[in-house]
Design a protein around this ligand. Structure first.
Ligand SMILES: Nc1ncnc2c1ncn2[C@@H]1O[C@H](COP(=O)(O)OP(=O)(O)O)[C@@H](O)[C@H]1O
Ligand SMILES: [Mg+2]
Length: 301
């Protein structure tokens, strides 16, 4: 079976693409068939990290219906353990205004990829596209930096992702679903309050929907004095969202990352013993185990 992993963040520049590209490569090195999909619409650049400057085909070819499968636009890097990459698309009117139907077509096509792991580099921020791509996967990973502004942006992102998860758990035709969709909620407690007013027992349904929502956290560009902000973040998430966000790892601020970028190679390939590479390798081992757990848990008895 295919396990999908999405990488998201509250704002751009937190290191999503660095993490996605290196994780994809490290997972491919374990022998898994991996496809990295660049869904950062408008900010797609994962191909650059692998030295692929002008991809012959990109996601645009799929979105404009020149081809009908995602596999048809995937590029295989034979020099990187057969890792596949679906290069992203520029910010065209077509992609920026993707309709619900077009998004569904894309998600259906992604599900047909014949690989072990699909890794999705999603766009930053809280647009519906970014949130939907982030939430659509089996495993969600969030990347944030430890400074107060990034932490706040990350918290807002997670809050909206949680609200969307809760809204999705109610049928759109149902009384609760219709009521919830009419409002533009800013906090999870507003959602729960109104849901409970509309339908008795809605609160339990919300809690049920969030029971298996455990986005995994990566702190990137970690610095020695970032502990206070991380503690605050964890308290805020527990208090206001009531979800558990296990920490997957911390990646130190490391100049090797930009040196590797300038050489158009993933840092774990070019400088495997750099501090950031060691952190990424540790993270990849954990993700590999989580993929195994997921496979074992989901396989028919
Ligand atoms: N741990 C790190 N140490 C130093 N530079 C980093 C680190 N992580 C990312 N960068 C740099 O930060 C910039 C943004 O990273 P990127 O992965 O493109 O972020 P995003 O995809 O979230 O926009 C890039 O120039 C990248 O090389
Ligand atoms: Mg990026």
């Amino acid at each position: 079976m295919t396990v999908t992993i999405s990488i998201g963040s509250g704002k751009g520049g937190t290191g999503k693409t660095t993490v996605s590209a290196n994780l994809a490569l490290l997972l491919a090195r374990t022998g898994r068939k991996v496809c990295l999909v660049d869904l950062d619409i408008g900010g797609a650049d994962a191909h650059i990290l692998f030295g692929l400057f002008e991809p012959k085909k990109t996601l645009t070819d799929f979105l404009t219906r020149k081809v009908n499968t995602i596999a048809a636009v995937a590029h295989t890097f034979y020099s990187f353990n057969g890792l596949q990459l679906v290069p992203g698309t520029g910010d065209t009117l077509q992609t920026a205004n993707m309709t619900y139907q077009e998004k569904q077509r894309l998600l259906r096509a992604l599900a047909k990829l014949e690989v072990d792991v699909v890794l999705i580099d999603t766009g930053a921020g809280t647009s519906y596209h970014a949130l939907d791509f982030f939430m659509h996967s089996d495993i969600q990973i969030c990347v944030t930096q430890p400074d107060p502004t990034s932490i706040m942006d990350f918290y807002t992102f997670l809050q909206l992702a949680t609200i969307r998860k809760v809204l999705g758990s109610f049928l759109s035709q149902s009384e609760v679903g219709v009521t919830l969709k009419r409002h533009n909620f800013k906090t999870l407690s507003e959602v729960i309050e109104l849901a409970e007013k509309t339908q008795e027992g809605a609160k339990e349904k919300v809690q049920q929907a969030l029971k298996y929502f455990h986005p995994l956290l990566i702190i990137n560009r970690d610095t020695p004095n970032s502990g206070v902000n991380k503690t605050k973040l964890k308290k805020m998430i527990a208090k206001y969202l009531g979800i558990d966000v296990p920490e997957l790892g911390e990646i130190p601020d490391d100049t090797h990352i930009n040196q590797a970028l300038k050489a158009y190679m993933p840092v774990t390939e070019l400088y495997p013993s750099a501090p950031s590479s060691i952190a990424l390798q540790k993270i990849a081992v954990k993700v590999d185990q989580i993929v195994d757990l997921f496979n074992n848990h989901s396989s028919p008895q």
